[in-house]
Design a protein around this ligand. Structure first.
Ligand SMILES: Nc1ncnc2c1ncn2[C@@H]1O[C@H](COP(=O)(O)OP(=O)(O)O)[C@@H](O)[C@H]1O
Ligand SMILES: [Mg+2]
Length: 249
């Protein structure tokens, strides 16, 4: 079943045509990766999925993007959309507060006040993000004192705390060492049983290791989309082949 469907989507930043006629369906409980050279529109497309581009002045989107069949640019409550579709960025961005308060922040803004309930959410979110054991004795300590890899898993835990259905990850491991990257990749493979994951990665090996489906973009166009193994072993398009064999980008 498809979680997200994108039909004939175009995006303009003012006069600049940043995404051109994109058609793409992303299945539920799978990992879909967006790859392609810098500036081809990967982040732009990802941000369109929870309407982060609404914040960009002059940004215009045409076409049709649906979440579980519902038009996300129609009559939808944006706060509910962003709760359903969470996001993790390239640079870990913990709030300058304790580990506990980082995780409890979202649930609190959604009205959860009970300490017992918040305790439970903090524990289960940190467990889901595979970082409970490392942090359970430092819940009251500042999140800014954690290592980069721990901060990024904390941000994943924070995203999970509001019980999203989809997790968008924009080059979420590109600032991390190989061990932290490996932990987050393992985590994604575990999380996809419960969530749908859509990730931008600059690292083709990462797409190959964990993504079920891969979409290749070039200059605002989606050139090719398919099963990850097929894209990397037997690309249909010449541009895809040139990119994956390292001839550009
Ligand atoms: N807020 C913005 N305003 C104007 N142009 C933008 C904005 N964000 C991105 N762009 C342009 O859109 C294109 C795609 O950018 P982006 O989605 O960030 O690419 P990628 O993530 O693939 O590197 C680039 O040419 C970039 O300069
Ligand atoms: Mg980007």
């Amino acid at each position: 079943m498809d979680k997200f469907t994108i039909k004939d989507m175009n995006l303009y930043y003012g006069k600049f045509h940043a995404l051109k006629g994109v058609n793409l369906n992303m299945p539920k409980n799978q990992i879909t990766a967006f790859i392609g050279p810098s500036g081809c529109g990967k982040s732009t497309l990802l941000k369109s999925l929870n309407r982060m581009n609404d914040l960009v002045e002059g940004c215009k989107i045409t076409g049709d993007i649906r979440l579980d069949g519902e038009d996300i640019y129609g009559n939808i409550d944006i706060n509910i959309l962003r709760k359903r579709v969470g996001m993790v960025f390239q640079k870990a961005n913990p709030f300058p507060m304790s580990v506990y308060d980082n995780i409890a922040y979202g649930p609190r803004t959604h009205g959860i006040k009970s300490k017992a309930k918040l305790d439970e959410i903090v524990e289960s979110s940190l467990k889901d993000a595979a970082i409970w054991d490392e942090l359970k004795d430092r819940l009251k300590k500042s999140a800014l004192g954690l290592s980069g890899g721990q901060q990024q898993r904390l941000c994943i835990a924070r995203a999970l705390a509001v019980k999203p259905e989809v997790l968008l990850m924009d080059e979420a491991t590109s600032a991390l060492d190989p061990i932290s990257t490996g932990k987050i990749e393992e985590l994604c493979l575990k999380l996809k049983n419960q969530y749908t994951i859509i990730m931008v990665t600059h690292n083709m090996q990462q797409a190959l290791r964990i993504a079920d489906n891969t979409a290749f973009f070039l200059l605002g166009k989606m050139i090719e989309y398919g099963n990850t193994d097929q894209i990397f072993s037997n690309p249909r398009e010449k541009e895809t082949e040139e990119y994956i064999t390292g001839r550009f980008g």
